[in-house]
Design a protein around this ligand. Structure first.
Ligand code: TYD
Ligand code: MG
Length: 422
């Protein structure tokens, strides 16, 4: 149980005070002049840059690199000559300075403020009117007069609301850091999602180098775009070709390995799905999926069992995406199923093959979106064969890159015959 006190004021975003119905066609088109964050990947996720006055939430597990990402962004924006204010509630200015030194990030126009009282912050923001304001993190901020502690649902909501008003009022782009805990119990980003203009999640495995910035909400662009970064000792670097990174450590011709092509927003990304199928020692078989939807994996195993006749009921199954990447697109179904079949049969997939297709409950391989783009990426990375749903191929016999042979398959049985040879 959590006590909540109703706040007396009803807050409206600035600019919406005079409410008169307008003919939609009479509403003036505001010129959106985006400015760059200094990182092509970050810009991509935002839909082409930062919009002045927008409120952006950057969520993620503690220690994943949110502060690093935003300090770098702050620095790069400040380099253009505009003022940037980085408000830290978690670290001292000395610590921020230390990190900045590590990143090599210094600029005349980058200011740091160690403060958690939002009214104080507002005073400084109004005096300085930066182009970009960074709040690290929302869990440490508080508004006076509220009985609850920083990080509580009420404080997080009230602080976000106030930041929203400041952002719209003064036309300041604001990035808010929000920690997400694994169980999601602590009040935080989930609560703020409907208030902000964009919600980005920074994710990845702390033990791996690369990080993915994923857009889950964006009022100014498309969602589901991802930005891929490489965490170096000197900060985050844009990854220009994610597929290359995800496939870097692949051992060619390995049993239980399949390459898939997933659309991440507008960009196709190739990744390796690995499966390990071993006889269960005792009791119920263990099933594990990482980087993939667990239910999807068990469903595909059921289809393999029932429609293809693989005896998987007495087998443990471990399935994951190599490198710590997370994929939840239906078009990778075929790759998952083939990786499992490959491990079960102890035979590798045909070398140089990429599997694309959604698998239905009757074992049929269903058409996917944007096959063209996926095949282009496959060709770019030097693969020579693609297994694709035949449903996709009826309209498209020509136009593939000549280095790639596209093989249409109708069912999982077909695909297994093609990829594993019977
Ligand atoms: P941090 O940005 O503090 O994470 P968050 O704000 O999300 O809690 O970064 C955490 C980790 O990143 C830390 O364990 C060290 C690592 N790191 C690097 O590997 N290279 C770097 O240049 C920096 C600044 C941090
Ligand atoms: Mg931090």
């Amino acid at each position: 149980m959590q006590e909540e006190v109703e706040s007396s004021h009803v807050a409206l975003p600035a600019g919406s005070r005079i409410s008169v119905p307008l003919r939609l066609q009479d509403v003036e088109m505001a010129q959106v002049a985006r400015f760059t964050s200094g990182s092509a990947e970050f810009d991509r996720v935002l839909g082409g840059g930062i919009i002045p006055g927008s409120l952006i939430l950057v969520g993620g597990d503690p220690g994943i690199g949110k502060s690093t990402l935003l300090l770098q962004t702050a620095h790069r924006v400040a380099l253009s000559g505009a003022t940037v204010l980085y408000v830290t509630g978690e670290e001292s200015p000395q610590q921020v300075r230390l990190r900045a030194t590590r990143l090599g990030s210094f600029s005349d126009q980058l200011f740091v403020l160690a403060e958690t009282d939002l009214d104080q912050i507002e005073k400084h923001v109004r005096a300085q009117t930066p182009i970009l304001l960074i709040i690290d993190s929302i869990q440490t901020m508080f508004r006076q007069g509220l009985p609850s502690a920083p990080g509580s649902a009420q404080q997080v909501r009230e602080c976000t609301l106030r930041l929203l008003q400041i952002a719209k009022d003064l036309h300041i782009a604001t990035c808010i850091v929000g920690h997400v805990t694994k169980d999601g119990t602590i009040a935080g980003p989930r609560l703020m999602e409907h208030m902000v203009d964009a919600v980005l999640y920074f994710e990845g495995d702390r033990h791996h180098r690369f990080r993915v910035l994923r857009g889950v909400k964006n009022r100014f662009g498309s969602t589901n775009e991802i930005g891929v970064f490489d965490m170096q000792t000197v900060g985050l670097e844009d990854v220009v070709s994610p597929s290359e990174l995800f496939l870097a450590e692949r051992s060619i011709g390995a049993v239980g390995s399949a390459v898939v092509a997933s659309m991440e927003g507008t960009r196709p990304v190739l990744a390796e799905v690995q499966a390990l199928i071993t006889p269960t020692a005792f009791g119920t078989p263990r099933r594990m999926a990482s980087g993939l939807d667990y239910n999807r994996v068990t469903l595909l195993m059921a289809v393999l069992e029932k429609r293809v006749g693989l005896q998987l009921q007495s087998q443990d199954a471990y399935v994951n995406v190599a490198g710590g990447m997370r994929i939840d697109e239906p078009a990778v179904d075929l790759g998952i199923a083939l990786a499992i079949a490959s491990s079960f049969r102890e035979r590798p997939l045909t070398i140089g093959m990429v599997a694309i297709g959604e698998v239905g409950l009757t074992g049929e391989v269903r058409a996917v979106t944007r096959l063209d783009q996926r095949v282009q990426e496959v060709a770019k990375l030097g693969f020579s064969r693609v297994l694709a749903p035949s449903g996709n191929l009826t309209r498209h016999e020509s136009g593939w890159p000549s280095s790639v042979e596209v093989i249409g398959v109708e069912s999982l049985q077909d695909a297994i015959r093609c990829a594993l040879g019977g």
